[in-house]
Ligand binder design. Structure first.
Ligand SMILES: [Zn+2]
Length: 494
C-alpha cells in the first residue's frame, strides 16, 4: 500500500518497507530546498515505485548521492556564475590529468569530492536532473561529455596558464634568469624547430633482425674499440657491464622507485647517487643502437656533477651523434641496410613529431612573452595570414581553420599536462639532431670530428652551447639547407 509523505519540496510516495528511507530523504531535501526544487521541477512526486510523472527512486544509492549535496555546494551550483574561471580551469586540468595519468596528483582535495563537484556542475549546466543517478553510479560513462563541456568553456584559460608556466621555466632554467635574452632565444628555437624535416607517415617501423644479449654486447664493444683507440670508453663499458650498471628487468626495485616507464631506455640515479642504465631489450639489432645512445649519456653523467638547475640544450647531441655512427658501423658489419634504415627512420619520425608539437608551443610562448594572452580570435588572424602566404590560391575555409586551431590547442594542453618539462626535454633532441647531422656530414672527410666529440662528451655540461659549437667547428647559424618554411606550412595543416 503506497502512501504519500508531504515535504517542503515535493511529495514522496512510499510503502511500509521504504518508510524509513522516505523520512531520511525528506530530511535531506529540506536542508537544501532551493537546489532540490530546481532538480525536481519536472516531477509531481518522488516515488519508490515506477509510475508516470514520478522521479523513480531506484535504490538507497540515490539518497546517498543526494545527501552528499550539502547546502553550500548546492547553493553554489544554483548561482548563475557558480564556477569562476580559475576553478573551471582547475577542473579541466583535473579531468585531463586523470585521463592521461589515471590520477590527479596536484590537488589537495580528495578525488571523490572533485568528481562530485564536476558532476554536479555538469548536471546543473545541462539541466539533466533526470539522469542524476546514472551520472553518479557510472561517472566513467559520462566522462567524455563532461570533458568536452569543460574543454569548450575553459580550454583557453588553461592553455594560457600552462604556457605561462613554460615561459617561466625557459627563463629560469634555459636562460638562468636572463629574461632579456628571451626574444632572441625563442626566435632561434623557432627557427631550428621549423627546419626539421616533416614526415607524412606516422607509423614506426619494427626491426626484424633478432640479436642476442651477447651479440649486442660484442657489437657495442667492437664499436667503442673502433672509435676510441685509447680504449677508455671500451673499458668503461666492460666495467659497467660487470658492475650491474645495466638493468633490464622492469620489475627491478630501482626502476619502480624512479617511476621509469616500462619501455623507455634511460639513464637514472638511485638515492645513493649511483648511475644506472635501464635497458628494456627489444631482442633486435636496435638494442645495440639504444645501448650506445644511453651509454653516452652515462659517460656524461658519471664524469660530471649533476646540474640540477641548469639545462644544457646540447645534452642529446653526443648520444644522437654516436647512435648514428653505430648505425653506420653495423652496416660495415654486414647487417642489412633496410633494417638499419628502419631505425634511422624511427628516429627521424620521433624528431619530426616532437618538432611539430614544440613549434606550436613555442609560438604560444612568444605570444605570452609579449604580454599578450592567447585568444581564439588572435590565433585565427595569424592562421589566416599564414594560410594566405603559403596557400594563396586556395579559398580559406574559416570553420576548418578554427577547428585546426582548437585541435592544436587541445593537443598542446594535453602534451604540457603529460610532460610539464616538455620544452626543455624535447628541444635538446631537435637541436642535437640538427648538429649531429652536420657533424656526420663532416666525418667522411675528417675523422677528427669523432675524436673531438669523444673529448667533449665527458665535459659537455661544463661548457656553454656556444663553446661546444666553437670547439666542434660549428656555428649557430649553420643551416641544413632545408626549406625552413616547412614547419610553418605543417603547423597550418596539422
Ligand atoms: Zn637521449
Amino acid at each position: 500500500m503506497m502512501q504519500i509523505l508531504e515535504t517542503a519540496i515535493i511529495p514522496i510516495e512510499y510503502d511500509e518497507y521504504t518508510k524509513e528511507s522516505a523520512l531520511e530523504l525528506k530530511h535531506i531535501l529540506e536542508q537544501n530546498p532551493q537546489f532540490f526544487k530546481a532538480i525536481f521541477t519536472h516531477y509531481q512526486q518522488i516515488s519508490y515505485q515506477k509510475n508516470q510523472n514520478s522521479f523513480y527512486l531506484q535504490s538507497n544509492n540515490t539518497i546517498n548521492i543526494l545527501e552528499k549535496m550539502y547546502a553550500g555546494r548546492a547553493d553554489n551550483c544554483n548561482k548563475k556564475d557558480w564556477l569562476d574561471k580559475e576553478s573551471g580551469c582547475s577542473l579541466l586540468l583535473y579531468t585531463i590529468n586523470k585521463k592521461i595519468k589515471g590520477a590527479y596528483d596536484f590537488s589537495e582535495f580528495p578525488e571523490e569530492e572533485i568528481i562530485q563537484f564536476i558532476t554536479y556542475g555538469y548536471i546543473h549546466e545541462t539541466k539533466d536532473y533526470e539522469n542524476i543517478e546514472s551520472y553518479f553510479i557510472n561517472p566513467e560513462a559520462k566522462q567524455q561529455a563532461i570533458e568536452e563541456w569543460l574543454y569548450s568553456k575553459y580550454s583557453l584559460e588553461l592553455l594560457n596558464y600552462l604556457i605561462e608556466k613554460q615561459y617561466k621555466k625557459i627563463v629560469e632554467r634555459l636562460l638562468l634568469g636572463r629574461e632579456e635574452n628571451l626574444e632572441e632565444t625563442l626566435n632561434t628555437m623557432i627557427r631550428i624547430t621549423s627546419e626539421v624535416e616533416w614526415f607524412m607517415e606516422e607509423q614506426e617501423q619494427d626491426c626484424t633482425i633478432s640479436t642476442s644479449q651477447e651479440e649486442t654486447d660484442n657489437l657495442c664493444k667492437e664499436f667503442l674499440m673502433e672509435i676510441d683507440p685509447s680504449l677508455n670508453w671500451y673499458n668503461l663499458f666492460c666495467n659497467a657491464k660487470k658492475t650491474g650498471v645495466f638493468i633490464e628487468n622492469q620489475n627491478d626495485k630501482r626502476v619502480i622507485e624512479n617511476k621509469i616507464e616500462v619501455d623507455d631506455w634511460c639513464v637514472f640515479q638511485d638515492a645513493d647517487g649511483r648511475w644506472y642504465i635501464y635497458s628494456p631489450r627489444t631482442g633486435t639489432i636496435q638494442d645495440s643502437i639504444y645501448t650506445i645512445h644511453e651509454f653516452i649519456h652515462y659517460v656524461v653523467r658519471i664524469t660530471q656533477p649533476v646540474l640540477e638547475d641548469n639545462v644544457c640544450v646540447l645534452t642529446e647531441l653526443p648520444s644522437l651523434f654516436f647512435e648514428a655512427l653505430m648505425r653506420r658501423f653495423l652496416m660495415t658489419q654486414g647487417y642489412p641496410q633496410e633494417e638499419l634504415e628502419k631505425d634511422k627512420y624511427n628516429r627521424q619520425l620521433g624528431i619530426s613529431k616532437m618538432s611539430s608539437l614544440l613549434l606550436d608551443v613555442l609560438f604560444y610562448i612568444k605570444n605570452i612573452s609579449h604580454g599578450e594572452k592567447i585568444t581564439l580570435e588572435q590565433e585565427l588572424q595569424k592562421e589566416k595570414k599564414r594560410y594566405k602566404e603559403w596557400c594563396s590560391n586556395e579559398e580559406i575555409n574559416l570553420d576548418s581553420l578554427k577547428e585546426n586551431i582548437i585541435r592544436t590547442m587541445k593537443t598542446s594542453i594535453e602534451e604540457l599536462i603529460e610532460d610539464p618539462l616538455f620544452v626543455e626535454e624535447t628541444y635538446p633532441y631537435i637541436i642535437g639532431y640538427r648538429y649531429s647531422k652536420l657533424l656526420l656530414d663532416k666525418v667522411d672527410q675528417d675523422k677528427n670530428v669523432i675524436t673531438d666529440m669523444i673529448n667533449i662528451t665527458p665535459i659537455l655540461n661544463t661548457l656553454t652551447p656556444k663553446e661546444i659549437l666553437t670547439r666542434l667547428g660549428l656555428k649557430e647559424k649553420d643551416s641544413q639547407n632545408l626549406n625552413n618554411k616547412k614547419g610553418l606550412i605543417k603547423s597550418e595543416k596539422n
